[in-house]
Ligand binder design. Structure first.
Ligand code: ARG
Length: 597
């Protein structure tokens, strides 16, 4: 038995340990068999061990005494060491071993979780340090909904990894380098020939400024030439050009920091320009390894199975997105000593990252295959769609401004709160804070709850609905729990010391088991980089809680009422009375008794 101080691991891990022992006895020759444990259909149990089938395919015809997968499963079950964890086991189909966990053990484990804190249950991942490259807008261009998705998904992944004790370097790989700056700088000089310091007001709307300069660039060959020259001056490090560049970056930065501030997002900017000085050295290393070839005047890396090569030096000699990303990957591995590099962008960039990772594998920076560290992953996501099923835009067909979007979510929430009479009960500050928490939370959750690869439709009414699978619903559930605790008049700290958890009712057990599965869900969400797994868990948790609360509270109440008024025995009162009461009084009963709707 593990002592209290030892790391216990997830429920799955603990079961795996037991099955590992059984497998060692059942099939002593198959030493490399890892136990395959999964949660199972609650009709059959809580978990199942799925090894029998594959073991049977391996051992049949080798003179083994087994006659089929089912006897293998039977033996796995028989050889399972005794454990307080398990209440009972059964065999289903071709040798699946179903496990029903013991109520007492679940209760004891949750109690431990309660006393020691949820943090001690964070999953143990194999990585110490990871880079999450997310948000990463482009300077002077609009930060669009795609960047909002990257920001939300990336921040959530970073939080999940941090919770799992991984040190996360949150990187904003902003597009702050490249030929567009020549055009912007030249336009700036033209518009403000005598200005030493260009203020935000002078440039005004940076996007409009970008558009105007692009128009000039496309229509005036003289300007175009000067712009191209400006790139050379900037990259050559000329003071005047560097200064103009950093002013433009600064104005842009102020814009997207507003979004980060609202969403409570922390990330460190290391833009494309940061890696620029390292590019020649990295390319030299790759050239020495024989990876770089000449092709139509450009320098490229050919990637097997790809139609086009990975261009690392353009035919005009300039570096590009690819050379920067190769260098950033090198930097993260060698300078920052990260073991896991995670890139969050729309699925449109999948090809780029596939080429990048293949090149890194060919260079020997990353191991072949996808299962060992150091490792790199592209976390792609789908489009945000409008009601019309097309790419999300505002009425004027402009790209949606993120700040406006967040503003609207907040103001709709505030209106809903006012409608419920909260303006009279709360201070203005409370109202504001709640509207922000709910509004921004709703936008985040609506994005996260879908599998990130699918497109999703942006709909305020849906995401702010308090009934469905929304942040609003989850926040209500949470607030409700807090209020129950408050109204109970019990001191939770005191309960931790003296109270004993008993999981009697099936709904209590279901809730308990679900709580206990938190760690393995976080682990799954982290390993597969899927925040929606965590969302689904939370939504189900709310459901389990509501069922528990409705049925178990009512049960206690009914018992009490029946006992006192009619003097009947407790047992008989149970389920039929609950059903009758629920039907006849429904929510009114709950409302009257518990003082909430
Ligand atoms: N700036 C890019 C864009 O807006 C995203 C950068 C993603 N990160 C990276 N290392 N390539 O599409």
């Amino acid at each position: 038995m593990a002592s209290d101080e030892e790391v216990v691991g997830t429920v799955k891990d603990q079961l795996a340990k037991l099955f590992e022992e059984s497998l060692r006895v059942t099939v002593p020759d198959q030493t490399d068999t890892d136990p395959l444990i999964a949660a199972c259909n609650p009709r059959f149990g809580d978990y199942q061990c799925n090894n029998a089938m594959s073991l049977w395919t391996k051992i049949k015809g080798t003179g083994s005494a087994f006659t089929g997968p089912q006897p293998v499963g039977q033996a796995i079950m028989t050889n399972l060491p005794r454990s307080e964890m398990i209440e009972s086991c059964s065999i289903a189909g071709p040798g699946f071993v179903n496990v029903k966990l013991s109520r007492q053990w679940i209760a004891k484990s949750i109690q431990k979780m309660l006393i020691k804190g949820i943090e001690t249950w964070s999953p143990k991942l194999r990585v110490k340090r990871a880079v999450v490259d997310f948000s990463s807008p482009n300077i002077a261009k609009e930060m669009h909904v795609g960047h909002l998705r990257s920001t939300i998904i990336g921040d959530t992944l970073a939080r999940m990894l941090e919770f799992s004790n991984v040190e996360v370097l949150r990187r904003n790989h902003v597009g702050d380098w490249g030929t567009q700056f020549g055009m912007l700088i030249e336009f700036l000089f033209e518009k403000f020939p005598n200005m030493e310091v260009v203020s935000d007001q002078a440039i005004g709307d940076l996007e409009a400024f970008y558009k105007a300069s692009k128009q000039r660039f496309d229509s005036d060959p003289g300007f175009k030439e000067r712009a191209q020259q400006a790139v050379v001056s900037l990259q050559g490090g000329q003071e005047k050009y560097r200064k103009a560049w950093s002013q433009i970056c600064e104005i842009s930065r102020k814009g997207y920091e507003k979004v980060y501030q609202r969403l409570g997002i922390v990330l460190e900017e290391k833009g494309e320009s940061f890696y620029n000085p390292y590019i020649p050295g990295v390319l030299e290393e790759l050239a020495k390894k024989g990876l770089i070839e000449e092709s139509e005047g450009a320098r490229v890396i050919f990637i097997e199975g790809k139609k086009y090569p990975f261009i690392v030096v353009k035919s005009d000699g300039g570096f590009n997105y690819a050379s920067t990303d190769l260098t950033a990957l090198w930097y993260r591995l060698n300078e920052e000593k990260a073991e896991w590099m995670i890139y969050v962008t729309d699925v449109g960039q999948r090809e780029h990252f596939e080429m990048l990772f293949t090149a890194a594998k060919r260079a020997g920076w990353l191991p072949p295959g996808d299962n060992s560290y150091p490792k790199a992953n592209h976390v792609g996501f789908g489009l945000v769609l409008g009601e019309d099923g097309k790419r999300f835009r505002t009425r004027s067909t402009e790209v949606v401004k993120l700040v406006d979007l967040l503003d609207e979510a907040k103001s709709r929430c505030k209106a809903a709160l006012v409608e419920r009479g909260k303006a009279e009960q709360w201070t203005e500050e409370e109202l504001e804070q709640t509207a922000e928490a709910v509004g921004y939370g709703a936008v985040k959750y609506a994005d996260l709850k879908n599998n990130r690869l699918t497109n999703y439709t942006f709909n305020f009414d849906q995401m702010l609905n308090d009934q469905g699978n929304t942040a609003v619903y989850l926040l209500y559930a949470h607030a409700r729990i807090c209020s129950i605790i408050r109204k109970s008049g019990k001191d939770v700290e005191e309960l931790k010391k003296t109270g004993a958890l008993v999981l009697e009712h099936p709904n209590e057990r279901a809730l308990g088991l679900h709580l206990l599965q938190f760690a393995e869900i976080v682990e799954e969400a982290c390993t597969n980089l899927l925040p929606n797994v965590l969302c689904e868990y939370l939504y189900n948790l709310s459901g389990h809680f509501t069922t528990f609360y409705t049925n178990c509270q009512l049960r206690i109440m009914v018992n009490l009422v029946v006992n006192v008024l009619w003097g009947q025995r407790r047992r008989q009162a149970d389920s039929c009375c609950v059903k009758r009461l629920q039907r006849s009084c429904g929510n009114a009963f709950i409302y009257l008794v518990f003082g909430q709707s």
